[in-house]
Design a protein around this ligand. Structure first.
Ligand code: SAH
Length: 188
């Protein structure tokens, strides 16, 4: 996190608050997560070691993906709002974070192409009422999925889901959090 310039992931008008430990608005009613939460979710994903790849749902500003890209060889990230995708893509290019693969699509479907079919780590940075089925299916055996679960505006619980080699999943409740909701469909 020390390596990733967070001030480049927020509007210039917000740059003076970029190193506060707080979430900030990024437009379109969305937010860049609080650094503490970025660290905590990243740590949960790596509890069993550094995965070869990670899928993120909810690119937003691109900050969480950028942090992951400094640790994980390949980062796949999906965002439903096209404008946010474009801005994030420009940031990745400017910083030469070439191991981030970004798509404009609905993350309820996970990563929308056949390859890779499974991920050893999946993170959702938007909250869902239930864990999306596609994310459970695209989690590799031995993998970890981190996702906030709960209603919009309500207290949500950060869940860490692990899948064993037989394909059975176990859910661990981590801590209370507050995230913007996952929404289905894409937006221009
Ligand atoms: N990880 C981001 C946090 C962004 S907030 C960051 O570091 O800045 C959550 C993001 O999830 C928003 O940008 C929102 O548009 C996106 N989102 C919500 N539902 C989605 C869906 N179904 N598929 C993909 N992205 C989604």
């Amino acid at each position: 996190m020390d390596e990733v310039p967070r001030h480049l992931f927020v509007d210039e008008a917000m740059a003076h608050r970029a190193y506060d430990d707080t979430a900030l608005p990024i437009g379109h009613g969305q937010t860049i997560s609080q650094p503490y939460i970025v660290a905590r979710m990243t740590e949960m994903l790596m509890a069993e070691g550094v995965p070869d790849s990670v899928l993120e749902v909810g690119t937003g500003s691109g900050y969480q993906a950028a942090v992951l890209s400094r640790l994980v060889p390949q980062v796949y990230t999906v965002e439903r709002i096209k404008t946010l995708c474009k801005v994030a893509q420009d940031r990745f290019r400017g910083l030469q974070y070439t191991n981030i693969n970004l798509r404009h699509s609905d993350g309820y479907g996970g990563w929308p192409i056949a390859s890779p079919a499974e991920f050893p780590a999946i993170i959702s940075t938007a909250a869902s009422l239930d864990i999306p089925q596609a994310l459970l299916e695209q989690l590799a055996p031995g993998g970890t999925l981190v996702i906030p679960v709960g209603a919009d505006g309500d207290d949500q619980i950060l869940q860490c889901v692990t899948k064993d080699s037989a394909g059975n999943t176990q859910v661990h409740n981590m801590e209370m959090v507050r995230f913007v909701p996952l929404r289905s469909g894409v937006q221009a």
